[in-house]
Write a protein that binds this ligand. Sequence first.
Ligand SMILES: NC(=O)c1ccc[n+]([C@@H]2O[C@H](COP(=O)([O-])OP(=O)(O)OC[C@H]3O[C@@H](n4cnc5c(N)ncnc54)[C@H](O)[C@@H]3O)[C@@H](O)[C@H]2O)c1
Length: 379
Amino acid sequence: MAKKPLNIGMVGYGFMGRTHSNAFSQVGHFFNVPFRPVLKATCARNADRAKAFAEQWGYESIETDWRKLVERKDIDVIDIASPNDTHFEIAIAAAKAGKMVMCEKPLGRSATESRQMVEAVEKAKVPNMVWYNYRRVPAVTLAKQLIDEGKLGKIFHYRAKFLQDWTISKDLPQGGQGLWRLDASVAGSGVTGDLLAHCIDTAMWLNGGITKVSGMTETFIKERHHNITGKTEPVRIDDASLFLARFANGSLASFEATRYARGHKALYTFEINGENASIFWDLHDLHRLQYFDHRDEGRTRGWRSVHITDGDHPYMDKWWVPGLQIGYEHTFIHQVADFLGAVGGGKPAAPTFREALATDLVTDAVLKSAKTGQWESAN
Ligand SMILES: NC(=O)c1ccc[n+]([C@@H]2O[C@H](COP(=O)([O-])OP(=O)(O)OC[C@H]3O[C@@H](n4cnc5c(N)ncnc54)[C@H](O)[C@@H]3O)[C@@H](O)[C@H]2O)c1
């Protein structure tokens, strides 16, 4: 039987516009989902670029103003893959128009924006989801299963870091295409909302809520040329952000993100230490889960490097044959598969806007703590 089409309206054609378009195109080839995503329209401000993107990815039409896209009767889902300062207005307008809303992370530039976005989707009762895609790395999903099954026992520690090195040069400008992440008015914050948001979402998914935080941030380069104003302007984002945290389950945590770790491009790692077992995961080796179980027989006890490619690993029965691994882009395909499954089953699609608000409450608390020098409540 032909599947019901679900018409996608995509805002933004950059890095995430490509990962999402690929996911919508691929999902039906590998997963038995209840809808057939249709690339109906892509929206970007520049018509020529929008047309080129539409042609390359197979979108049927283009818009140059997201408001037009939101008004269109033939669009079911608005997918927001544009910079952080656009999320708030587009998501609220889309919810009011009765569209399903998928939004890139962080949900808002602050929890104040995010809270209103949650209200809008919940009032309109429209399916909503935020693209915290690392949950859908099969090794990370397996970590979640092992923790939920109690394999680790009581959890004592959670340790996460996300390291990059692309903003070290003082000659790098801020603002505009490709560099909006350095402009606080667009991004909201620096590495706290960008990189730590991922670490926090994964952490709370795996280990429950964070109650309080003590943070420290630094902006190493204080002024940069601004691509839009043409002037040298103060840099208002955090270049590095570190914080300590307490989880509701009593475990202690440390988090670190920076764009000044020379040699690291996107090193996202986390380690969880429980009473019986520990888990370690590394984005550069994303198809492996490191696992240590103290209950193993002593003489052969040690860290196992589990190759997450077998049919009994999460999502892997949908891909190739055991031993053959998948990569980064597949996490977005998994997220679309889960979204379509949830919508088809009338269930919330995790992480919902409300779950993503919880992350923004933590990032806000980290930034506040960095200013006050005090522990701050994170919920
Ligand atoms: N889930 C992840 O792992 C992940 C990774 C990267 C980025 N992101 C998030 O995705 C979003 C986009 O980031 P990116 O790296 O793709 O950025 P990008 O700069 O590569 O692309 C942004 C796109 O948005 C377009 N755009 C900007 N303003 C617009 C407007 N008013 N209307 C229509 N289009 C507009 C730009 O032209 C560009 O095509 C951000 O919120 C970012 O935080 C998430």
